[in-house]
Design a protein around this ligand. Sequence first.
Ligand code: NAD
Length: 433
Amino acid sequence: MKLAVIGTGYVGLVVGACFAETGNDVVCVDRDAAKIRTLNRGKIPIYEPGLEELVRQNRHERRLTFSTKVKDAVRRADVVFIAVGTPTDEDGSADLKHVLDAAREIGRALTGYAVIVDKSTVPAGTAARVREVIAKETRHEFSVVSNPEFLKQGAAVEDFLKPDRVVIGADDARGAAIMTDLYRPFTRTGAPIMVMDTTSAELCKYAANAMLATRISFMNEIANVCERFGADADKVRQAIATDRRIGPAFLFPGIGYGGSCFPKDVKAIIKFSADKKYRFRMLEAVEAVNDAQKQRLLERLQKRFGKSLKGRTIAVWGMAFKPRTDDMREAPSIPIINGILARGGKVRAFDPAARTVARGIFGSRVTYARNAYDAVKGADALLLVTEWNEFREPDFVKVRRLMKQPIIFDGRNLYDPAQLRGLGFTYNSIGRP
Ligand code: NAD
């Protein structure tokens, strides 16, 4: 099929490359001309494992091209994906400006029947709004489909090529049939394609993210209670994870969730529920717990060093909101680093992928270390913020030698408390004695 993908970010680029990989002819469009120039030079503007190779190969086969022109891409497309951002608006709702702008442009460019797909995460009822906007611009027939995306950054290509399930929200049979054909190559191992109405499909994405965020906040509260009793949250986690009704995923206590999805999607569901006069009390608590959890490492620094960090150097390992991405949207590292700077401390930070993004946020207020060991040089404390694999087994003897004071605050429970104390560190983690 001929596809157009409007919005070439973390989602649009993966969607475009993966559909090209199954033999479709894909044009990825973005209004950010610099991004398109980078892609047309064969480079990718983000860090995502496996993506650069997939893009390179499909560009080479001429199945994947990049453009800034919505009109050229849509004119020849059977299916048009809207994969633009839906950031949080001032009132907590998802800002649909980009989605509706894209819909308007698509409507103007249609030259015949096409399926228009909401791939962006959008509130219940958005498909109807998109349909209205397009109908104002064209006399051609079209279907609007809601097809929420469940990929995880850091494993996005793998998730897209081997989905747990594909959700297709369609209010007409023609659109549903085309989408089912398009996704068939990805579901040969038996993953279901679930067809439903557009509004239910829109809610699937919010329900999934809200559930995952809830598990994280729940486990963080268990950890906070464990700390008060001297219990070990890790032992509690392992025990409850063996209950098949609970399972092991998303049960790790830490310093709160971040990223471009959970915070904004939890806010959005609270807001669109409130718009229908329903107060989603549980998610209000999930959000409040998460905000508090992001302060935990700063609280620990204050307990150890007092209110002022003047004259102190704090090393930070990891700035991306999670490992295997360079994305720092809503990353816990941001309030933590800003908090240290506000208290007069110096920050030496290292992240394997997010250095350029971090520079855009903190500028020259932070020293960007060349590697993990360079970051701890002369540090009064080390904060483990993002659990990249390369932080799992460092040479602790070297770390201790390089630090001014051997103090580690581990925000991800990566290390063994007994081992680190044995090596002479003052070690503190989340919910463990
Ligand atoms: P992103 O910010 O990385 O990318 C969005 C892109 O759209 C940007 O490059 C921007 O320049 C472009 N854009 C905006 N308006 C445009 C327009 N009118 N025409 C052309 N290009 C336009 O965002 P993302 O992380 O890829 O997320 C996109 C959507 O997918 C969001 O709704 C998000 O919630 C959802 N989603 C994201 C993830 C994820 O892991 N990032 C996972 C599932 C769903």
